[in-house]
Design a protein around this ligand. Sequence first.
Ligand code: AHR
Length: 515
Amino acid sequence: MKKTLIGGLIVAVMMLSGLKVQAQNKLVINADQGKTQISRHIYGHFSEHLGRCIYGGIWVGPDSDIENINGYRTDVFQALKNLDIPNLRWPGGCFADEYHWTDGIGPRSERPKMINTHWGGVTEDNSFGTHEFFGFVELLETEPYITGNVGSGSVEEMSKWVEYINFDGVSPMADLRKKNGREEPWQIKYWGVGNESWGCGGNMTPEYYANEYRRYATFARDYPGAKLYKIAGGANSTDYNWTEVLMQKIPLHMMDAMSLHYYTVPGSWGNKGSSTDFSKEEYLLTLQKAAFMDELLTRHETIMDKYDPRKRVKLIVDEWGTWYDVEPNTNPGFLYQQNTLRDAFVAAITLNTFNKHADRVHMANLAQTVNVLQALILTDEDKMLLTPTYHVFDLYKPHMDATLLPSYVESEMVEAGGTKIEALNVSSSLSEDGTVNISIANVDPEKAIDLDVFLHGTQAKDVSGRYLTATDLNSHNTFDETDVVSIKEFKDFEWAKDVLEVKVPAKSVVVLRVK
Ligand code: AHR
């Protein structure tokens, strides 16, 4: 538990003088001290050619019996539209480094097939390619983020893809795009140079990748009206050396950001644990691992600060989320897992953490949007459900593009087995219209927490709230019961003079808005 020195002294004096000391949970927010904008892109997503994310999850094709808009599932489109998703990363992941974009253009029936060697060895028929992806992001009115192939591609191939997508004029690739039915360039911004180049993207050393990055980035051209935001493939979790080498070897003006991948795995990679069947200790351990994101970001940022104190090069956590054993009787290469209230807490803690690091973290992408890992949405043929994770993104929408507010939280602890973590995890922001947004996760499975909120620097008093909870830690939605975990109105708060007293229910995520 964090305590200020003064707070600690007051407690000590009260104890010595025999006064009763109560365990107090408090949150202090300075609503007039915000400086940093929380980029909306922190609330971004990721869709890979993996399992049933694209095929069956997003794309069913225009001839499908499943209701669709030009081939995109109507239900999935509507759910994502409701979240106002700020961006979508594609086509991978590991798949990106074996994807040859020219296979995915032209008449669908004539496109060559390939083996998706990373994910289940299934045949990829390339029916979802560049035009289909851009059709979807245009429908959603969201920003595309493309990851180009460094591992098995070439500088020429990547360079031509950029020309195909972004060049407005007469050129071989722009002409080909027009021949394929698209007159205007898409003029995209976010461009990733490879994925996990330390692993599935080519097993490179950081020194080797840094050189490759310089070559590939040179020929990924900026065209008029389409300046690229170039993202170097960053570290795997705690590989701080990777960050150090890239910061040393890549001239800062050549990259806008560096990525970072971190997955929350309750067990080991060989035995990750079940998505729905877990003990209280495993639950807390999972959340402790999610909360590690704070230390992870701090350590990578410290290295980046050494080379780039003005924080020009941003961090993009373009893969994060829980990773469990796949659901029984599903293809191990499809990474299909259920999603419970525990996942909602992982999302809440991680998003709170990204908010706090908003001065360096520009974007983050949950892995993955539909049917893969910590998905927002699960589908089964024509059925669809929204996961608890989806609902956290819904609750947290007000933080997008709001100003991060400095805050201080004192929280009691929750413990099981050898694992002990703070019960409360919080972040707060200020919307343009003056509304203060406070997101609070109480991860204690049994105990509601009385929280005193001290809101300084604002006259706002009109409070509304929404929250997410369920009967059990492993409660989840199913295709037969889609509303087991869903958002409800929250009213358990009142002003006591200038203090907002909130009773945060056990195992809940609450978002308060104070106008
Ligand atoms: O998200 C699943 C996989 O995890 C991605 O393809 C890869 O980049 C990472 O290892």
